[in-house]
Design a protein around this ligand. Structure first.
Ligand SMILES: Cc1cc2nc3c(=O)[nH]c(=O)nc-3n(C[C@H](O)[C@H](O)[C@H](O)COP(=O)(O)OP(=O)(O)OC[C@H]3O[C@@H](n4cnc5c(N)ncnc54)[C@H](O)[C@@H]3O)c2cc1C
Length: 460
């Protein structure tokens, strides 16, 4: 990186917090996207670690003067190349903004600096047992700012929604250097356009998030995890709307192909508890009383049995529940090396069975397996395109686009929670009209007239 740029950044943050040494920058140049579809990162970068919004403001003002791209860097756990610099860039790591600012129990809210990791947040909340935060994407190394920037989802969206539903206020440094406070500790707020919601999911293209106020929820004392097994995907899928129609809202309803659960359990040195059937639903439940928990479980099992469930198991101890969740969170880990691309489509929940049938037909057409796990209660299925002896299969592009088109046919989306990033940007025209993309480009220009924030992500 140009030595003058490095020097000027050192003047802003102090010399210890700036490096353009490739060996020290290596872990900032990629994210957790599958190796075979990673975008190539520029090596001509400099990593800077500011300690305050004021320093970030100076960095962005300077970047605008010299027109150099800036990439906000959270925990680097993203899976769509959003945090990868594809041009010579300043990589702005939020890791030093790591303080819990205020735990406001009366308003059921917590304010944290954006570099606080999910693990740090959970640790803070675990010091008490009344309030909890529901969003849990699989990797606790994700930062809260990063989770806001990608509008993370995870397992518990059935009952509690996604990141967007829990962000009450943000402090953001705009690409032009001004510091803005969006939203507040309010239940109702209709003044003006909602820039807070615009910022959520903008993947570091509209501003650098420096502070986040999150809504918390009262904990239910009793929790349980139910595993219900089936011989067919369709039977498992058909139960989901029936359960919800009965007024039962589990924290999570997850779908898992059995070979995936077994492999993930083996990888963790444990055993998947279900043995009968070939696919499972995993339902996470919470309740105010033990009786309520059992009644709900029985009701769910009853509905599933009407749809040919072959077995059911309930995990009640927190150790067993954690073990099952760990298996679900690691569903992908053991065969990561064999996956070319982990897709993230969603369809309306009622369309999942037809979506699965179409995907199965595609699997036959291309003579390949398409393993699947998913947040089935949210209609969000992760289908995996397998590699061909460590390489992208020759049919990869055509195959992937056929899958995308199946999701879109059912009113779905190409990405439900992982984001557009750089790996899915080129597919925007499959999902949006020209005019819709033009409006998004206009929004980007209004926030970031010189296009310095995270170029090549979502829109240009
Ligand atoms: C094993 C595994 C399982 C996962 N499971 C799930 C899941 O179930 N659900 C789910 O939703 N996700 C899941 N993810 C994806 C991932 O954890 C999320 O995308 C995460 O929320 C990103 O946060 P991060 O701090 O790592 O951001 P990064 O990867 O560092 O960055 C992601 C994007 O956010 C921007 N950004 C980061 N911080 C800021 C900031 N302060 N201000 C502005 N922009 C910023 C970056 O520029 C980039 O565009 C999983 C990932 C892994 C590795």
């Amino acid at each position: 990186m140009n030595s003058q740029i490095v020097e000027n950044l050192r003047k802003i943050t102090g010399a210890d917090w700036v490096t353009d040494d490739l060996s020290q920058m290596q872990s900032y140049l990629q994210d957790e996207t599958e190796a075979l579809i990673r975008v190539e990162s520029s090596k001509d970068c400099v990593v800077v670690k500011p300690s305050s919004p004021e320093e970030i403001s100076k960095i962005l003002t300077y970047a605008n003067e010299i027109m150099i791209p800036v990439i906000a860097r959270g925990g680097g756990t993203g899976v769509c190349g959003a945090a990868v610099p594809i041009k010579p860039s300043i990589i702005l790591s939020l890791e030093r903004l790591n303080k819990i600012v205020e735990f406001d129990k009366k308003n059921l809210m917590i304010t944290v600096e954006s570099g606080v990791t999910l693990a740090n947040l959970l640790e803070e909340l675990n010091k008490q047992d009344k309030l909890f935060f529901p969003i849990h994407p699989g990797d606790e190394g994700a930062q809260i700012g990063g989770m806001v920037a990608v509008n993370a989802g995870g397992t518990k969206a059935v009952k509690h929604g996604i990141m967007r539903n829990h962000v009450k206020a943000l402090e953001v440094v705009l690409p032009t250097g001004e510091i803005a406070t969006l939203g507040g500790k309010l239940i109702k707020n209709n003044m003006g356009y909602d820039l807070l919601q615009m910022m959520i999911g903008s993947e570091g293209t509209l501003g650098v998030i420096t502070k986040v106020t999150l809504k918390l929820y009262a904990k239910n004392k009793y929790t349980g995890t139910l595993i219900v097994s089936f011989d067919s995907r369709r039977d498992a899928c058909d139960c989901v709307p029936k359960i919800l129609q009965e007024g039962i809202t589990p924290l999570a309803i997850e779908y898992m192909d059995r070979p995936i659960s077994e492999k993930a359990a083996e990888h963790l040195g444990t055993k998947w508890p279900a043995t009968k059937g070939s696919v499972d639903l995993m339902l996470m439940l919470d309740a105010k009383t033990e009786d309520e928990l059992y009644d709900t479980s029985e009701q769910i099992v009853g509905i599933c049995e009407e749809h040919n469930a072959v077995d059911s198991i309930i995990a009640e101890t927190s150790k067993d529940q954690k073990e099952i969740l760990a298996i679900r969170s690691n569903a992908y880990t053991p065969f990561k090396d064999h996956v070319a691309d982990g897709l993230d489509m969603a369809v309306p929940p009622s369309a999942v069975p037809d979506f699965f049938d179409d995907i199965s037909a595609l699997s036959e057409k291309y003579h390949t397996e398409i393993p699947a796990v998913g947040h089935i209660g949210d209609g969000n299925i992760h289908n995996f395109i397998l590699s061909d002896n460590g390489k992208l299969p020759s049919y990869y592009e055509e195959f992937k686009q056929e899958m995308y088109k199946i999701a879109l046919k059912y009113g779905g989306t190409i990405t439900a929670e992982h984001g557009t990033g750089k790996t899915r940007k080129e597919y925007m025209p499959l999902q949006f009209t020209k005019r819709e993309i033009q409006i998004m480009e206009g929004i980007k220009k209004a926030f970031d007239p010189n296009g310095i924030l995270n170029p090549g992500t979502i829109v240009d």
